[in-house]
Design a protein around this ligand. Structure first.
Ligand code: 13P
Length: 349
């Protein structure tokens, strides 16, 4: 139902669940003891609004005029100004406190002898690295070989996917518990190749993330826009939607155990890297989105990687960015020397 409201002075004790108000003049309105959960207010004039004793859980106010508006006596515009001047700046200041993680995603490559040879070569090259977490995410068939080859080293092993059910009639699938029992630490989830070729959705990524966390694994959850979506200027919408859906229902304490990999789909395996500024822009947006959903302290703690044609030549510039805390590397992780160069870049980043 669409209604035109003018000169509202008091809305009292009503439930406005999922109400959407747009392009309206609501100056001087007073909302008192309302259930305003899920309300969306866009492009409205909310000057001198007074909201009191109301439930605003999940409410979204965007592109509105806010001067003089108060919520329980707090001036909203002043609070926003404070956020812009302090908090948003600070959001990008703590790179040094986050864990830099360089993870290789081997995809469908390497037999067991080849996997052992690559890891044997790599472990010698990175033995002295202390400040970067090094992860090799390998095909299921290589996990046991990889765990044995890296035992006692600074290289952690991850899988490339897991199923969301604990066990049962799911032919061809591997559960999070099966991985955890082996000693696997990380698992890549929601990779664009899984979404593109195996019909994975944000819903199943969400379920897989929850299953991985329940099993004690650290999920590396991949998000990223298609080229078409970038060209249509909806990168932020796409990323925000993926973040909201993939982590839906996951508590802050668990979110802190996750890594997010920003992988623009158009940059994967194409040799087309996002520029360092493009990577930084979206990684910063991911952190700001997390800050809105979970608070600044959680957003500050999360490692956000860039992935997509990252290589020995471009890694240093990418990881030098304030919100790029590492990388998820495909092709270049299959060569020990290149992967080592990327790891060393992150050490200095
Ligand atoms: P490339 O580094 O080969 O582009 O692959 C990136 C990737 O998909 C990592 O998950």
């Amino acid at each position: 139902m669409n209604i035109k409201c003018e000169n509202i002075t008091l809305i009292s004790e009503c439930s406005s669940n999922d109400l959407h108000i747009e392009r309206s003049g609501l100056q001087n309105a007073a909302f008192s003891e309302n259930d305003m959960r899920g309300i969306v207010i866009e492009q409205c004039n909310l000057s001198n609004n007074c909201v009191r004793h109301s439930d605003l859980t999940g409410a979204c106010i965007e592109s509105c005029k806010l001067d003089g508006m108060t919520i329980d006596g707090i001036n909203v515009q002043q609070m926003m100004d404070f956020y812009k001047n302090n908090f948003k700046e600070n959001l990008t200041m703590n790179k040094a406190t986050r864990k830099a993680i360089i993870a290789g995603n081997w995809k469908m490559n390497k037999t067991r002898p080849e996997a052992k040879a690559l890891l044997d070569e790599l472990k010698g090259m990175v033995a002295d690295i202390k400040t970067v977490e090094i992860v090799a995410c390998v095909p299921f068939t290589n996990l046991e070989t990889a765990l044995a080859a890296t035992e006692g080293t600074n290289i952690k092993i991850g899988a490339e996917n897991c199923h969301f059910e604990k066990s049962g009639a799911f032919t061809g699938e591997i559960s999070a518990d099966m991985l955890a029992e082996m000693g696997v630490e990380y698992v890549v989830l929601g990779h664009s190749e899984r979404r593109q070729y195996f019909a994975e959705t944000d819903e199943t990524v969400n379920k897989r993330t929850k299953a991985a966390l329940a099993a004690g694994l650290k999920p590396i959850v991949c998000v990223g826009e298609l080229l078409w979506e970038r060209e249509c200027n909806i990168t932020e919408e796409v990323i925000a939607r993926q973040i909201k859906l993939d982590f839906f229902g996951i508590k802050a304490a668990d979110l802190k155990k996750c890594v997010i990999a920003y992988e623009p789909v158009w940059a994967i395996g194409t040799g087309k890297t996002a520029t360092a500024d493009q990577a930084e822009e979206v990684c910063a947006f991911i952190r700001a989105t997390l800050a809105k959903l979970y608070g600044a302290d959680v957003a500050e703690a999360i490692t956000i990687q860039y992935g997509g044609s990252m290589n020995a030549a471009n890694a240093a510039e990418l990881v030098s960015k304030k919100n790029v805390d590492g990388g998820l590397i495909g092709g270049a992780s299959l060569k020990a020397a290149d992967f080592t160069t990327i790891i060393k870049a992150a050490e200095n980043g």
